[in-house]
Design a protein around this ligand. Sequence first.
Ligand SMILES: Nc1ncnc2c1ncn2[C@@H]1O[C@H](COP(=O)(O)OP(=O)(O)OP(=O)(O)O)[C@@H](O)[C@H]1O
Length: 432
Amino acid sequence: MLFEIISTSAAVSLVCLSYLKRSEMDDGEKIKKIALNCGLYVKEGKEVKSMQLLRKENHEWGTEYVFRFPLGLSFSDIEKKTDNLRDGLNNRKGRVDLMAFTKINFRSNVVSQIKEILQKRFVSEKDIDMSYDGALHIKVLDREMPSNVDFEKKMLGKCIDWEIPLGETRYGFIHHDMERGHITIAGATRKGKTVLIKLIITALINNQPDNAKLTLIDLKGGLAFTRFKNAKQVEPVATNLDEALAALQSVKQEMDQVKGWFDKNGYEDIKEAGIDTRHFIIVDEAAQISPQILTGKEEKEKARKCEEALSEIARIGAGLGYRLIYCSQYPTADVMNKQIKQNCDTVITYKLRDAVASRVVLDESGAEKLPLPGRAIYKTPDGVQQVQTPFISNEQIEEIISPHIVIKSRKEDPAFEEAKKDGDNSFELTPM
Ligand SMILES: Nc1ncnc2c1ncn2[C@@H]1O[C@H](COP(=O)(O)OP(=O)(O)OP(=O)(O)O)[C@@H](O)[C@H]1O
């Protein structure tokens, strides 16, 4: 009796499964239909020629369809219809979770479980990525984006050289190579900017303890960077305009010396010079050192000098081993200095206030629609994609950086003074 129930139920499940598989229109067919409906065809006499599917490949992230399109159409004609294609692929009542059939418990009421699965259709948003190499490649990405990614220490172990863990995309987990150059990070308040900066600093300290050098500028009270200030890789943490100016001028001076040395020795860049050190200059809130935003003659002048140094770092620093990470929650044209922006190849932006801010940062709208904290748009010269960046807690940061904490030789550092009084000479001196 029990055997009969199980075998009948299993048969029912299999029939449902195969019916549902057949009844769902394949995305390749859908793309062809959408293309026809939105005018992506040419007429030759009475004949209508549209896109022709050459092949289809399944991947972990979804499916890639390769099409030939008729003479007379161009890739840019098709790119203009990206929204039609994306919306068309997502235009359905919802899919049945086919995997749920494999989880049916045959010891309880099978029919009601099947009913429940059929009722519980879910709508997962698909994205598409198109490219052309003589044939049209349309990647339909249906891997769900996670709404949260918790940082795990093993992520650092998977980074090579100057990579940092950036997070989950539709294609899988990705890293960002800090050797790519300067970065702009933007995002409205409480969307994840500071968490990402702290993740970057932690990864650099952990993975490149002998080669990373960091200048941190945080005029929002300096609290976000406090826990890093005694890490041996961290040079100053500037918390007011004067300190920011002193720090930036010191970087500029050092950079000029490096440049002079490169010129003298005929080195083209830091790689050719065989130097492993990289110096990261991180500005947490660019608006606070912007001469266009600050008022008061003296403050404006200091901010102007800060901006001058930052522009110089952005312009010539990359080849000399200097990497700027320029962040703002108010990305207006005033704050996002043109020269700095033009020299930042990489943009990472969290949700922004509106499409205007998105255009300032990304040169296109979209960041205003990002859904969650930690969800960002990642733009490099290779393309644009969404990423869910890992959330790292302060406890995790402290555990990772604690082996790198030293007592610094700052006169104002009470710990240093105490250590001196006690005759403790084990503290490490760091150049300031
Ligand atoms: N990657 C993330 N994943 C999930 N939640 C996050 C992530 N990053 C930040 N959050 C949530 O958002 C809160 C604010 O993050 P964060 O401090 O980075 O904001 P912010 O964008 O730097 O804001 P502000 O500019 O005001 O300092 C965090 O306390 C956390 O709750």
